[in-house]
Each structure stands twice: as C-alpha cells, then as structure tokens.
Design a protein around this ligand. Structure first.
Ligand code: ACO
Length: 278
C-alpha cells in the first residue's frame, strides 16, 4: 500500500513496522490543528493496513512532542471556538480513543521533549521506550492551566498519586531515566540505542499470534474498569472470540507443537506461526 503524504507527519513502513513521525521539528513537534487532523488519518489508515503489524510513534529532530501548540491551538483557537471544538475532537480521538484501543501493538519511542498534551498518546501506546536524555514535563501549571484533555486522568493510570501530583503541581521536568524509575515508560536507553531497542521489541511482538495479542491487550486494558464477575464473563467471551477469529488456529497449533511435535516450550518462547498469510 502506498504511503500517504501529510503536512505534519512522516509515515515510513519497513518490515511490518509503521513509523509515524511527528514532523514539525522547528516547533518541537507541538500539536497544531493540522497535526491532529493528520494523525487522526494516520492512525485510522494504520488500523486497517495489513502492512502495519506494529505502530511506532516518534518525533523528528530532538523532540517527541512539545504538547499542544500554544499559538495555533490555544491562542488562535480561543478566537474560533467552533473550529477549536473540531480540533479537540480529532485530538482526543487519535491521542486516546483510537490509540488506546488500536488493534495492533503500539510503541511510543520517546526521543526527546514530551510535554503536557503529549502525555496522552504516550500513555495510550502499549509500550513506551525513552531515550535516557528525553525530557518530560507536566508544564501546564507553569502557564496557568491544568493538565486537561484526558491528561490528568490517564497519568493516574501509570503514576502513583505522589509522583503524579508532584509533577502536575510543580511542573518540574524529569529525564528518561527518572521516567523509567517511576514506570511512566517501560525502559530508558542511551539515545544511540533507541531505534534498535524499539525494533527489537517490535520484532518480538511480531513473532506472536496476532489474534491472541490483540485480544490480550484489549482485555488487559478494559478489565480494569470492571468488577470481578463482569471481568470473568468478559474474559471467557473474549477467549472464545480468539478461537473463532484466529486464522492461524494458534490454540490448536500451539498444543500440537508442544504436546505432539515437541518443538517448543510455551513457557520459554512463542510457537512457530503457521498459515501466517491466511
Ligand atoms: N506550542 C507552540 N510552539 C512551541 C511549543 C508549543 N507547545 N513548543 C515549542 N514551540 C516553538 C517555540 O515557540 C519556538 O518557535 P519560534 O522558533 O517560532 O520562536 C520553537 O518551537 C522552538 O522552541 P524553543 O523554545 O526555542 O526550543 P528549545 O529547544 O529551546 O526548548 C522546549 C524546547 C523546552 C520544548 C520549549 O519550547 C518549551 O518549553 N515549549 C513548551 C512546552 C510545553 O509547556 N508544552 C505544554 C503545552 S500545554 C499542553 O500541551 C496542554
């Protein structure tokens, strides 16, 4: 499938990985209205694109994303509330709803600045890997607003009350190492290893049965809002759904490879995927 061109995002595809690169480096990839509309389209296209097995979001230059565009989204948007509402809708769709429930694995590769509204897509991704020298901050308090959109809500999913409140109330920035220590990201690596580490994780995910992977991430994220009986029933139904949808018959194949063929040990690694292109 040909890669579309966007004004504010570069899309590159290689070996199953789609790289969505926020591309306003001169503005530190701050999210202006065009970027929200572009990213809405990028994520929507990637959802149904068979070439996309893993989606990685990163930024051009020395920034992942410097948050909402203070000039184009806030100052100019305030003068045009109707347009601002449309932008806010697109922004919430791609930054949270679509990314959080994206049917394939997603990785935020945080290569530099990550501020304010950028926390939503970073947390919505299934994984976040940061450069050790990336710089994070809930800077809203520094200019008289609160972490809005969904930021204050989704930060509580990953940070403790103490850490989240500390950073929301002081606005103090912190680096990738600290982000890993607080579990805001999975791990932090030296800048020159960031891409290789991201590709390594993406390849590990691509070895798994995609139907099981999809159901696992959806279920893991959604059960958090359910009580125990709802979760039990939902997980049973979700488990049955995998067997119906899985065109690789992973369940039967996995048992066969372990019990009959003795070709792998499921505790130690994935089975060989068969009928991959069925
Ligand atoms: N909105 C609009 N423009 C921005 C933003 C932003 N969030 N961030 C950076 N820019 C622009 C700057 O205005 C500047 O534009 P100019 O060249 O036309 O003057 C350009 O990007 C480069 O920015 P500098 O500040 O010169 O870059 P530097 O590398 O020194 O600093 C940093 C980078 C730390 C990211 C700084 O730009 C900054 O603090 N940005 C704001 C970060 C922030 O608080 N984001 C949260 C916004 S609120 C929200 O998201 C809800």
């Amino acid at each position: 499938m040909a890669t579309k061109e966007y004004k504010t995002v570069l899309v590159e595809k290689e070996d199953g990985i789609t790289w969505a690169i926020l591309n306003r480096p001169e503005k530190r990839n701050a999210m202006n209205p065009q970027l929200h509309f572009d990213m809405y389209d990028v994520v929507t296209e990637a959802e149904g694109d068979p070439e996309t097995q893993v989606l990685v979001i990163t930024g051009a230059g020395n920034s992942w994303c410097a948050g909402m565009d203070l000039k184009e989204f806030f100052r100019e948007g305030d003068k045009n509330p109707e347009f601002q509402r449309q932008v806010a809708w697109a922004s919430q769709e791609w930054r949270w709803r679509k990314l959080f429930t994206f049917p394939k694995p997603t990785i935020a590769m945080v290569n530099g600045f990550c501020f304010g509204g950028a926390f939503s897509p970073m947390i919505a991704c299934d994984f976040a890997i940061a450069s050790e020298d990336a710089l994070f901050g809930l800077s809203e308090v520094n200019w008289g607003i609160l972490p809005g959109g969904l930021v204050s809500r989704v930060v509580t999913d990953v940070l403790s009350l103490r850490d989240g409140l500390y950073h929301a109330m002081t606005g103090d920035p912190f680096d990738g190492r600290k982000a890993a220590e607080m579990r805001l990201v999975n791990y932090a690596v030296p800048a020159d290893q960031l891409r290789d580490e991201t590709v390594k994780l993406a390849k590990k995910l691509m070895e798994k049965n995609p139907w099981a992977l999809r159901a696992t991430k959806q279920a893991y994220k959604l059960v958090r809002g359910m009580d125990y009986s709802q979760a039990e029933d939902y997980l049973a139904a979700k488990g049955a759904q995998i067997k119906i949808q899985d065109r690789e018959s992973g369940y039967d194949e996995g048992i066969k490879q372990f019990i009959d063929d003795k070709t792998y040990k499921p505790g130690l690694g994935p089975m060989a995927r068969v009928n991959k292109d069925s």
